[in-house]
Design a protein around this ligand. Structure first.
Ligand code: HEC
Length: 113
């Protein structure tokens, strides 16, 4: 199985992080791994809370499977910008670039509930 983050990718992230440490700009992201395996492993980061492939078990936290793509993108952006109240998602959403959010939204929108 391919790893989502390659060592060069992590190093790039660290270097970009250091480079931007002095100037308060938006965080730089390592280039996204948008291969099918890359997207799957990104989506796996959501599984602990939203269920495997976004199929929620128990219903305490919303399932993401089959959710409208635009809705998903918009909610992630609202969380990221701190415009939607949340317990954990504001912080989590900050870890994803717009390109990654788009890929995640596409992925979950086509999963079967
Ligand atoms: C630690 C648990 C946790 C993880 C991991 C997690 N979420 Fe969430 N998610 C929540 C909770 C809890 C909420 C409800 C809002 C809140 O309180 O943060 C939520 C809400 C959401 C919503 C809004 C759902 C709706 O019905 O409006 C979306 C979209 C979402 N999460 C996407 C994701 C994606 C994509 C990932 C993976 C990148 C992810 N979440 C990872 C816990 C989690």
């Amino acid at each position: 199985m391919k790893k989502a983050m390659t060592v060069p990718g992590i190093l790039l992230g660290v270097i970009c992080g250091l480079a931007s440490a002095q100037t308060p700009v938006a965080p730089a992201f390592a280039s996204a791994n948008l291969s099918p395996a890359g997207i799957r492993s990104m989506a796996a980061n959501c599984a602990a809370c939203h269920g495997t492939n976004g199929v929620s078990v128990g219903g305490a936290i919303a399932g993401l499977a089959g959710m409208n793509k635009e809705y998903l993108v918009n909610q992630m952006k609202l969380f990221k910008e701190g415009r939607r109240e949340a317990t954990v998602m504001q912080q989590l959403a900050k870890g994803y670039s717009d390109v990654e959010i788009n890929a995640l939204a596409e992925y979950f929108s086509v999963q079967k509930k």
